[in-house]
Design a protein around this ligand. Structure first.
Ligand code: BES
Ligand code: MN
Ligand code: ZN
Length: 500
């Protein structure tokens, strides 16, 4: 898909389709008004006849509008002007995309970016529009015997801004949004692939191919033998019941000088989580193929920042394993030794995410990181606490936590902080080892965060629990690509190279 920013007058654009918005009770947006003026009141006349009243979700496709060069004009209902916010803007973009697809338009001039969205500016509306269009293009067809529908005709979207002076920053914003959208789609594809295809070794191959595709990314793969040598007894304990070998995947993106300390992203890559010997109930267990969505977001974010050529160094680490019950599997009560030297009593083999992450977090020390952020579908408790709207954030450093919260707000990919208090940490006490791997039912998301906190004392660290946000259930079942936007914005801000 090609994205262009242009500051020309709407009515003089040669395009398959001009897109403008209409608020409720037939109130034309400023752009729609100017098209209406060029068309000698044609739009007002149609609205008065009752063709559209501007409710959210409405779309009206017009052919042969006088006074404009475009083949068609597409009016999108925006709802009440006073209530026009992030969500409604996103819905308007979705309506636009489906109408353009139905019309078979090859290109479009989108004036919706000029709309005033509460608390946002033109760079935000352009970024969000590019990101939405990329996302809406995504279909999962890797495992279908025939493609479901014909590929959409839309090839090019022009974002129409009012002023010439806005064009440069908006151009960068469209690149950022498109890179985020493509990064999300990569994360979604990896997430959606089933556990029998997307194994730890498959993820390692995908990393290699990302390294080949993207200048600036170099990939290192550690197999079980290499991890054994490093003493990663905790990570290795998780894959012991699986026929699939575990992998530690390390992706280096170098966009700055060698001496620049990298930001490190660590992803939970459990390619299937049966729970192990502490086996999960059957209902909905298929969704545990999504237990590598943290890892997938590391892939997506690395691709996005490499496309954007951010002047920053980033290391992406993926701890990949499959959690299965078997004669060789780790059992409740087993005690393992992590790479840090700390011993762990595995009271529940279903609390495996923290076991793979802790060794990856210890491994991260060697990069002398500027910050470390881990991303994990870690606890069902997080879904209970925050639902499917916000990620959970915890950390040992307020500046990293606050930067993530701010990035989430900026990218409309929001997160909410939970407290990592000492008193919660005490719940991890074990009579037989340095710690247990679970803290009981109460505050399950926080005790999981406390567990990770015991391995991150050497650097600034935050943890994102994406158990509720990384995928959707029900008839829309599928990976969401979150938190790629949050992470990309976080790194853009660290590189101080964002459009905003
Ligand atoms: N991958 C799951 C967490 C999860 C569950 C994410 C449901 C999304 C939906 C994780 O490995 C897990 O099983 N966690 C346990 C921890 C418990 C045993 C302390 C959980 O949340 O039940
Ligand atoms: Mn589990
Ligand atoms: Zn899990």
């Amino acid at each position: 898909m090609e994205y262009v920013v242009s500051s020309g007058k709407a009515e003089s654009q040669k395009t398959a389709c001009l897109v403008a918005g209409v608020f409720e009770k037939r109130r034309l947006s400023p752009l729609a008004k100017s098209i209406d003026a060029a068309a000698d009141g044609h739009l007002t006349a149609l609205l008065r006849k009752g063709d559209m009243d501007g409710r959210q979700g409405q779309a009206l496709l017009l052919h042969g509008v006088p006074g404009v060069k475009a083949d068609r004009v597409l009016l999108i209902g925006l709802g009440k002007e006073r209530e026009f916010n992030d969500r409604r803007y996103r819905q308007a973009l979705q309506t636009m995309y489906s109408s353009l697809s139905n019309a078979g338009a090859k290109d479009a001039w989108c004036g919706l970016v000029q709309l005033h969205v509460k608390g946002r500016d033109i760079n935000w509306t352009v970024e969000e529009a590019a990101r939405q269009v990329e996302q809406l293009r995504y279909r999962f067809d890797a495992c279908k015997s025939k493609a479901e529908d014909v590929s959409p005709a839309l090839r090019k979207v022009v974002f129409g801004v009012e002023e010439r002076s806005q064009a440069k920053a908006a151009g960068r914003a469209s690149e950022i949004g498109a890179a985020m959208g493509r990064g999300m789609n990569l994360a979604r594809e990896l997430g959606n692939l089933p556990g029998n295809i997307c194994t730890p070794v498959y993820l390692a191959e995908q990393a290699e191919s990302l390294g080949k595709r993207q200048r600036g990314i170099k990939v290192e793969i550690l197999d079980e033998k290499a991890m054994q040598k490093l003493g990663m007894g905790s990570l290795l304990s998780v894959g012991r019941g699986s026929r699939q070998e575990s992998r530690l995947i390390v992706m280096h993106y170098q966009g700055a000088g060698k001496a620049d300390n990298p930001h490190v992203l660590v992803g939970k890559g459990i390619t299937f989580d049966t729970g192990g010997i502490s086996i999960k109930p059957g209902a909905g267990m298929d969704e545990m193929k999504f237990d590598m969505c943290g890892a997938a977001s590391v892939f997506g974010t690395l691709q996005a920042i490499a496309e954007l050529e951010l002047p920053i160094n980033v290391v992406g680490i993926v701890a990949a394993a499959e959690n299965m019950p078997d004669g060789t599997a780790t059992k409740p009560g087993d005690i393992i030794t992590s790479m840090s030297g700390q011993t762990i009593e595995v009271l529940n083999t279903d609390a495996e995410g923290r076991l793979v992450l802790c060794d990856a977090l210890t491994y991260a020390e060697r990069f002398k990181p500027a910050s470390v952020v881990d991303i994990a579908t870690l606890t069902g408790a997080c879904v209970i606490a925050l639902g499917h709207t916000m990620h959970g954030v915890m950390g040992n450093n307020p500046s990293v936590v606050n930067a993530l919260l701010a990035a989430g707000r900026a990218a409309a990919d929001p997160a909410w902080e939970l407290p990592l208090d000492e008193e919660y940490d005490e719940l991890l006490k074990s009579n037989f080892a340095d710690m247990a791997n679970i803290g009981g039912r109460a505050a399950g998301t926080i005790t999981a965060g406390c567990f990770l906190g015991r391995f991150t004392g050497k650097y600034k660290w935050a943890h994102l629990d994406v158990a509720g946000t990384a995928w959707k259930t029900g008839d829309q079942k599928g990976a969401t690509g979150r938190p790629v936007p949050l992470l990309t914005r976080y790194l853009l801000d660290r590189a101080d190279n964002g459009a905003r």
